[in-house]
Every structure is written in structure tokens, then in C-alpha cells.
Design a protein around this ligand. Structure first.
Ligand code: PBG
Length: 330
């Protein structure tokens, strides 16, 4: 029996902290915030306990609550007052995210990121302009697909309108081919060459987005997003997909969701030297809450362990609905 190696020696209190390889800090976290132009009071989001849609007038107060916990960055999502086929409220100067960004940028010290997408703004709930595609289906709706190149122009307009309102960073999330380049070009042309782009670079077609779609009212009215978001079966494709975004000028590379895709987080970490972000999505949050409500898991502990695992896999920053709770418990 050779017991010269006793790893337990370094697991005692007093030494654990000195040898720990990973930690989670409030400064690694971004808190998603939902601003709702149709609300005149805060509306709790049932499937995401502790989160609310807040009216535009409450956006500053909501962000101040985040800052009070030690978290320094927020990602703003908007629910517009009206929707239409092209999602035109997504780039309106007086749109919900533009208005909230303007106020939060002027009145708080938060670092403001914005989600650049169309699904919350289109009446069909898809992430771009639709066209009827070819296909075997008898059902015309089932043959509809997102018109890629026309959507690029709209994403550029949205990103520029967010930057004009004062966004510190924009995050295109529509999985349109060429989205990072289109957003970069529009920003540069409008004089926002200093505004970085965080690409939702490897975004999977995931059932873990369910609660978010309630929160942001962005569920597709028909069909799904498998024509543009990535197939959960594919890992090599993620490297290819992310490389395109790097070539187009992405500053930060995001993998989404986080926990079921930690292999992808690791892979992107090893393959590229850009900062890597992971989005610990709504379903990852909801399931831990549901289990803890039943008394089956300790919420504070599993939340921290989740974020630690995401950091350990290689993420530098994490978007998470646990941001405030975890920052407060640190
Ligand atoms: C918009 C967008 C979505 C999420 C973030 N941005 C929804 C989707 O792609 O269906 C999901 C975030 C979450 O589940 O927490 N495209």
C-alpha cells in the first residue's frame, strides 16, 4: 500500500482556499433584466422565481438593486408595446430597450449590455424576417424560414440604435449567418467603433429556454428555431461557427446554454484566446428553484456550485439569473 500521496492533506480548512483553482466573483457575473413597455407595475415571472418584468420607469431602480449586490453588469431584454411582422419596434429610437438603456446609462454606473434580436419584437416570434421556403410539408407555416441576409440589415439597425442610446456592449443572439460582421459594420459606420460585440456564438436550439420565452414573450408562434440555432448533437460545428464570428470581429464569444454544454465551453476556451462567456439560461435556473422548493436541493449551494463549474470549464464571464443571489452570498 503506497500512501505517500494523500490528497486529503490539502483539503483541510486553512489550506483549501490557498490551493483552490477556480473562484466565482461578483465581477464575473452579468444579470439579465427584463423591461416591459406594456407594464405599469412590476410583474413577477412565475417560472423564474425572484425575477420580474419591470416598467421602463422602474428600469433604473431595478438596475440599482443589481448593483447593490456587487454585480456590475446587466443585460437588458425588452418587451415592446407592439409587435409586427418585421419587428420594427426593435430599432425604434423610443423603443423599450433604447429608452431603458438611455436612463440606466445616464443614471447608474452599471455596464450595460443589450440583446440584439428580433424574436421579442416580431408577431411570429422568430428571430428575423420570414420567407416561405421550399420543403416537403403540406403546411405552409412549417415551410416558413428566416430570410438570412435581409435580417442582417435589421440586426445592424438594432445594434446601432442600442449603442446610440448608450449601450456599452451589444450581443447579437439571432444565429443569423454573418450577424457579427453586419453588426460590427453598422456600429463602425455610425461612429461606434469602441462598442464591443459579444456574440451568442454557439447558441443551441435548446429546450432549456422555456421559462425565458414566458419572461420575454418570445416564443415562436409556430415551428421552432432549429433552422437557425445549433443542433445539440454537434460539437465540432460549434468551433466552426465560433471561428466565423471571430473572423467577423466578435470581441467576446458566448456559449449557450451553459451546464449541458460545458464541453463546448471548454472547447471554445482551448481553441480561441478571446474571453469566453457562458449563458446559464432560464431553464437551468428554473429547475434548481423547482427542486429546492420541493426541499430536494439546497438552492444557495447548487447555484454556487453551478457557477463554479461553468468557470472551471473555462468561462471568464457568466450571464445568470443567479447573479444577485450568488453575489450577495459571496
Ligand atoms: C433571444 C434570446 C433567447 C434567450 C436569450 N436571448 C431566447 C431564444 O433564443 O429562444 C434565452 C435565454 C434564457 O433562456 O435564459 N433570441
Amino acid at each position: 500500500m503506497n500512501l505517500s500521496h494523500r490528497p486529503r492533506r490539502l483539503r483541510r480548512d486553512g489550506i483549501r482556499g490557498l490551493v483552490s483553482e477556480t473562484d466565482v466573483n461578483a465581477s464575473d457575473l452579468i444579470a439579465p433584466v427584463f423591461v416591459d413597455a406594456t407594464a405599469d407595475e412590476r410583474i413577477p415571472i412565475e417560472s423564474m422565481p425572484g425575477h420580474e418584468r419591470v416598467p421602463v420607469d422602474d428600469a433604473v431602480a431595478r438596475v440599482e438593486e443589481v448593483l447593490d449586490t456587487g454585480v456590475e453588469a446587466v443585460m437588458l431584454f425588452g418587451i415592446p408595446e407592439s409587435k409586427n411582422a418585421r419587428g420594427t419596434r426593435a430599432w425604434a429610437e423610443d423603443g423599450v430597450v433604447q429608452e431603458a438603456t438611455r436612463r440606466v446609462a445616464a443614471e447608474t454606473d452599471a455596464y450595460v449590455l443589450t440583446d440584439v434580436c428580433l424574436c421579442e419584437y416580431t408577431d411570429h416570434g422568430h428571430c428575423g424576417v420570414l420567407e416561405e421556403g421550399a420543403g416537403p410539408s403540406e403546411d405552409a407555416d412549417a415551410r416558413l424560414t428566416v430570410r438570412n441576409d435581409e435580417t442582417l440589415d435589421l440586426l445592424g439597425k438594432i445594434a446601432t440604435s442600442h449603442a446610440a442610446a448608450g449601450a456599452d456592449m451589444v450581443a447579437p443572439s439571432s444565429m443569423t449567418d454573418g450577424m457579427v460582421g453586419a453588426v460590427r459594420e453598422s456600429l463602425d459606420a455610425a461612429g461606434f467603433s469602441d462598442v464591443p460585440v459579444m456574440s451568442y456564438a454557439a447558441k443551441y436550439e435548446s429546450a432549456f429556454y422555456g421559462p425565458f420565452r414566458d419572461a420575454a414573450d418570445g416564443a415562436p408562434a409556430f415551428g421552432d428555431r432549429r433552422h437557425y440555432q445549433m443542433d445539440p448533437a454537434n460539437a465540432r460545428e460549434a468551433v466552426r461557427e465560433v471561428r466565423r464570428d471571430v473572423e467577423q470581429g466578435a470581441d467576446v464569444l458566448m456559449v449557450k446554454p451553459a451546464l449541458p454544454y460545458l464541453d463546448i465551453v471548454r472547447e471554445i476556451r482551448e481553441e480561441f484566446d478571446h474571453p469566453v462567456a457562458a449563458y446559464n439560461v432560464s431553464g437551468e435556473y428554473a429547475m434548481l428553484h423547482a427542486a429546492s422548493e420541493k426541499g430536494w436541493l439546497d438552492l444557495e449551494e447548487v447555484a454556487l456550485e453551478s457557477l463554479l463549474s461553468i468557470k472551471r470549464a473555462g468561462a471568464d464571464l457568466i450571464l445568470t439569473y443567479f447573479a444577485e443571489d450568488v453575489a450577495e452570498s459571496l
